[in-house]
Design a protein. Structure first.
Length: 151
């Protein structure tokens, strides 16, 4: 039987592109673990993807995951669009390449490894865990920028 895990994710960007951060909160029962990271020049969509990728990748064995994101781009992409992209050789309708293909491939790998129930929540609506990961993603940007300023 697979361990049940809740994962809450968010990405943030100051400018688009600009400095960005991501965060994922993992919860199993009462135990919680917050993960985060940042990049100096990225996009909001890339950070949303990184949050989901890193949250799922942190799980040591295949799990039954409920993943909650405020990104329709991520939820729709992984549940609706990705099969068509793969059939078309990672092209969108109209033949244009899929943006962030390497991240979608990494997310697809994690999605296949786990049994994931993808859920969407409106951002900045008071959802406790979404607010926590939003803050953590923005804090990751701050820490990265402070670190760059010290060099």
């Amino acid at each position: 039987m697979r361990t049940k895990v809740e994962v809450f994710t968010d990405g943030a960007c100051r400018g688009n592109p600009g400095p960005g951060g991501w965060a994922a909160l993992l919860r199993t029962g009462e135990a919680e673990r917050m993960l985060d990271g940042a990049e100096p020049n990225t996009t909001n969509n890339r950070m949303e993807l990184m949050a989901a990728i890193e949250g799922l990748a942190a799980l040591k064995r295949p799990c039954a995951v409920t993943l909650t994101t405020d990104s329709e781009y991520v939820r729709q992409g992984i549940t609706s669009w990705i099969d068509g992209w793969k059939r078309r050789g990672w092209k969108r309708k109209g033949g244009h390449p899929v943006k962030n293909q390497e991240l979608w491939q990494r997310l697809d790998e994690q999605n296949t490894r786990h049994s994931v129930d993808w859920r969407w929540v409106r951002g900045h609506s008071g959802h406790l865990e979404n607010e926590r990961v939003d803050t953590a993603a923005r804090d990751a940007i701050d820490r990265m920028q402070q670190g760059l300023g010290e060099q």
